[in-house]
Design a binder for this molecule. Sequence first.
Ligand SMILES: [Zn+2]
Length: 141
Amino acid sequence: MESQKSINLLLSETERLKTFESWPNEVDDNCTPEKLAQAGFYFLPCEESPDNVCCIFCGKELDGWAPDDDPLEEHRKHSKACPFLAMPQPFAIEKLTIKQFVEFMKSVTCLAVENQFNKKTKEFQEYADSVEKALRKHVLG
Ligand SMILES: [Zn+2]
């Protein structure tokens, strides 16, 4: 994602809400674009998941929303390490002190680095496994 857009989504619930323009689900009591944006999500649909959303703070993606789902509750259920969820809710980034803001951004960045590291580790392991398999096939016939 373009970094300026990513920063805007991180800093502003209003910017996250704007991404839900083509949200496919009917507006309902609980699972509304407003509540999804308030819970840290932005809209990130793909062909297999037309109602996919992603948390800008932890990178967790969720789809298959039911009308009575509570976005914040679902977020808590599926992402224990999200720094956004560790903050008092409803969360307002503009109300943080500079110190709280720096600490919060440090947590968000550390989690992003950890997620990226785990993803790369997994990719490397898959590649190493495929090389091992090819070598075994070559050596053992
Ligand atoms: Zn999250």
